[in-house]
Design a protein around this ligand. Structure first.
Ligand SMILES: O=P(O)(O)OC[C@H]1O[C@@H](O)[C@@H](O)[C@@H](O)[C@@H]1O
Length: 358
């Protein structure tokens, strides 16, 4: 298999509700919110859902050359040199593949914080933490001011937070945050350690380090109680508190800390544009670009990426091989492809998610 790999939906159970828009994208007859608010795109990561260990969730399945469904990661493992390529003289591993998701919330998510890579390696014996980024795609019409919470604007002391978590004083926890309004097109980076909660009514593309590690410090949302084992990654509360970055991010510093501003990499005379949304100055964990195509756009890339069509339709050409691309389609472009072209009649916008530089 030496071509572009397209993915089908890969819905994953979560502790919060949403997913109606994902049902619509999949063309389901009766779209509705459920406990499957996320679609893990070409995922090589298994979800950690306490109480559902008997179900394998998260890993994306693709058809191999014999027409049999196999985990996508199994396909990659067959020829990592072609699919993933090298970084610093060594072949990239599964740990270098970002986890990319559609996330569609109908309720505010519970408060959580993810470990940094250092914390994951030093304290959890895991290769990756969960620095994550959000590209806002749509917000629901019935939500007047969609928002996220990110970082403490008014940091509690460690002892104070511990007490609020133990007593589940959510009013006090919430009072540490300001609502950060979001709209389609906004991009945010949320480094490991930063407490956060995503608001209701947001469809986003989420890009993160390949792990499913979370400290969930709000135990009940909309009638669902998070089991004890799932709250602090199976550790005690002191370990969970060690995950937090308590440094305050006052409201006037929110943009500098979390918001990412697109940088134009290339524009041509047809009006095609390539931008970097998230790059090395924001994180070393992954890179995100946006290709806005007006006609015929020749591309040359030296790394693998996940492509997500967020607007319009068109095709991706590799020599004489043509892949049709419709809105919301998602695909994987192996490093071995290197040269390809996008083509569209009416315009097309593609988010490209690459590995980072570490
Ligand atoms: O339902 P749980 O597993 O707590 O996760 C809820 C979701 O929270 C968000 O903030 C992101 O971190 C997602 O990647 C994650 O899947």
């Amino acid at each position: 298999m030496n071509q572009i790999i397209k993915f089908t939906a890969n819905r994953v159970w979560r502790t919060y509700r949403g997913g109606k828009l994902l049902d619509m994208i999949e063309g389901k007859e009766n779209p509705q919110d459920s406990s499957f608010p996320e679609d893990w795109i070409g995922s090589t990561v298994e979800a950690r859902n306490i109480g559902r260990e008997h179900i394998s969730e998260g890993l994306a399945m693709v058809k191999n050359d014999q027409g049999k469904y196999v985990p996508f990661r199994q396909l990659l493992e067959k020829d990592p040199q072609f699919f993933l390529g090298q970084s610093g003289g060594t072949i990239r591993s599964m740990n270098d593949i970002p986890l990319v998701k559609y996330l569609d919330s109908s309720t505010r998510l519970h408060f959580q914080a993810h470990p940094t890579r250092e914390f994951a390696q030093e304290r959890l014996n895991m290769p990756r933490g969960k620095t994550e980024a959000y590209v806002i795609l749509e917000t629901r019409e019935d939500i007047s001011t969609p928002y996220i919470y990110a970082g403490f604007q008014r940091s509690p002391s460690r002892a104070q937070l511990k007490e609020w978590i133990e007593t589940q004083d959510i009013t006090s926890i919430e009072s540490c945050f300001d609502k950060i309004p979001v709209k389609p097109g906004d991009v945010f980076i949320l480094p490991g350690g930063r407490p956060h909660a995503l608001g209701e009514g947001i469809l986003m593309l989420e890009i993160m380090e390949p792990s499913d590690l979370a400290v969930r410090f709000e135990f009940e949302r909309c009638g669902y109680e998070i089991p004890e084992q799932a709250r602090f990654m199976g550790k005690d509360i002191e370990t969970a508190l060690d995950v937090f970055n308590f440094a305050p991010v006052p409201s006037e510093k929110i943009n500098a800390e979390f918001r990412c501003y697109p940088k134009v990499i290339a524009v041509d005379e047809q009006g095609n544009k390539l931008e970097e949304l998230i790059g090395a100055s924001e994180t070393s964990c992954f890179t995100v670009k946006r290709a806005q195509i007006k006609g015929y756009f020749k591309r040359n890339e030296n790394a693998f990426f996940y492509g997500i069509v967020t607007e319009g339709t068109g095709v991706l050409r590799m020599g004489d091989k043509i892949t049709q691309l419709n809105r919301w389609d998602r695909f994987f472009c192996p490093l071995g492809v290197r040269e390809f072209e996008y083509q569209t009649d009416l315009g097309m916008s593609i988010l490209e998610c690459y590995p980072g530089n570490s």
